[in-house]
Ligand binder design. Structure first.
Ligand SMILES: *Cc1c(COP(=O)(O)O)cnc(C)c1O
Length: 359
């Protein structure tokens, strides 16, 4: 975490209906709009982790009988499908091997089989595989079919190129603890007017009381109606995180993440390691998935990195468990210093395990 965010967390707590806190809330909404690159009125953090944002996005849009196309090429896509099912959606899954992206043609084909599709849901930055999903073309196709586009931007917000309005994303949610370097606990969210109109036109009320966006908005807008007790310290932390993003400049930040990811990949490839995502254009700048050499157990490798070098690296999830390492370079942690650190440590640990590498 950024030291300034630790400091923000230690700021004095005021009441959740204190006029001072309203100022902090308004600042946070403005900063979030700049960071999401949107004019959407409904833009605020949901009290809960990234999964709360996913739950909120889907349960507001999808009701009993709605046709939804969900792109499943990793763990988080599979969760979106599960949540859409639980809300009574008639789900069409587009399945792709983990590590590949979803093609616009696949989305078009799935939508053309629907009678009246309500939404397309996909993951912009699939943290379980390291795939950055190209969006713009899919958003056009979704809109041609009259469907809304719901995007999971948990690992892209503040780290990878993301422009909600230009990319045509109708609903997006994110997380405080990925590229924003906050503690886990808030899910920044943005929803456009077209989506709010669709929500107002629902035949049934949103099943979830806590995640009903129109109700939460009453607390986050000028009405200031009590909905739930705002998580004061976390909002302080998020505001500070967003200020840090704006001070660096969003585009500078995207470039830094992309260049550092490229440097990491060059280092890994020079050790003879293979990336999971073949197409360099589709590699997620904030998370790199690299294949574990056949002869070594990933738990041994990650254990040695943690115990000898104090470096924590993610393992594979689901069908990739044991097969990949997931190296996150998010926000503050996307730095040259960390790249050198992780490459040196990995080289040492691989050699110790009898897998000779030389850079
Ligand atoms: C981390 C993550 C989530 C879930 O966020 P939590 O904070 O763990 O609830 C959802 N989607 C993606 C792509 C993520 O990386």
């Amino acid at each position: 975490m950024h030291p300034r965010i630790y400091q923000a967390l230690a700021s004095p707590i005021v009441g959740h209906l204190d006029p001072y806190f309203f100022e902090v809330m308004d600042d946070t909404k403005d900063l979030l709009r700049q960071t999401f690159r949107t004019k959407n009125e409904i833009t605020f953090p949901i009290a809960g982790t990234g999964m709360a944002g996913m739950e909120a996005a889907i349960c507001n849009v999808v009701e009993e009988g709605d046709e939804v196309v969900v792109c499943v090429n990793g763990l988080f896509g599979a969760r979106m499908s599960d949540i859409a099912h639980r809300n009574g959606g008639k789900v069409t899954e587009i399945k792709r091997t983990w590590g590949e992206s979803i093609s616009p043609a696949d989305v078009k084909e799935a939508l053309s089989r629907c009678r009246k599709p309500k939404a397309v849901a996909l993951v912009h930055a699939e943290t379980s595989t390291g795939v950055l999903q190209p969006l713009s073309e899919i958003s056009k196709i979704a809109h041609d079919f009259g469907a809304l586009l719901i995007a999971d931007t948990v690992t892209s917000l503040g780290g990878c190129e993301l422009d909600i309005d230009r990319m045509g994303i109708d609903v997006a949610f994110s997380g405080s603890q990925k590229c924003l370097n906050c503690p886990p606990g808030l899910s920044p969210m943005t929803t456009n007017e077209k989506t709010m109109a669709a929500i107002r036109n629902r035949k049934t009320r949103v099943r979830s009381w806590y995640f009903d966006i129109a109700e939460i908005e009453k607390y986050w807008s000028q009405g200031r109606a009590y909905h739930h007790t705002g998580p004061i310290s976390m909002v302080y932390a998020l505001r500070e995180a967003l200020r840090i993003v704006q001070e660096e400049g969003l585009e500078n930040r995207w470039t830094r993440h992309r260049k550092n990811c490229e440097a990491l990949v060059r280092g890994l490839e020079s050790m003879g390691l293979t990336m999971l995502v073949k197409d360099a254009q589709e590699r997620l700048p904030s998370l790199t998935a690299v294949r574990v050499p056949e002869s070594i157990a990933d738990t041994t490798l990650r254990g040695a990195l943690l115990n000898q070098f104090n470096i924590e690296i993610g393992g594979g999830l689901g069908e990739l468990k044991g097969h990949i390492l997931r190296i996150g370079l998010m926000g503050l942690n996307s730095s040259r210093k960390n790249i050198v650190l992780v490459l040196d440590a990995l080289e040492k640990v691989l050699n110790d395990q009898g897998h000779a590498v030389k850079r």
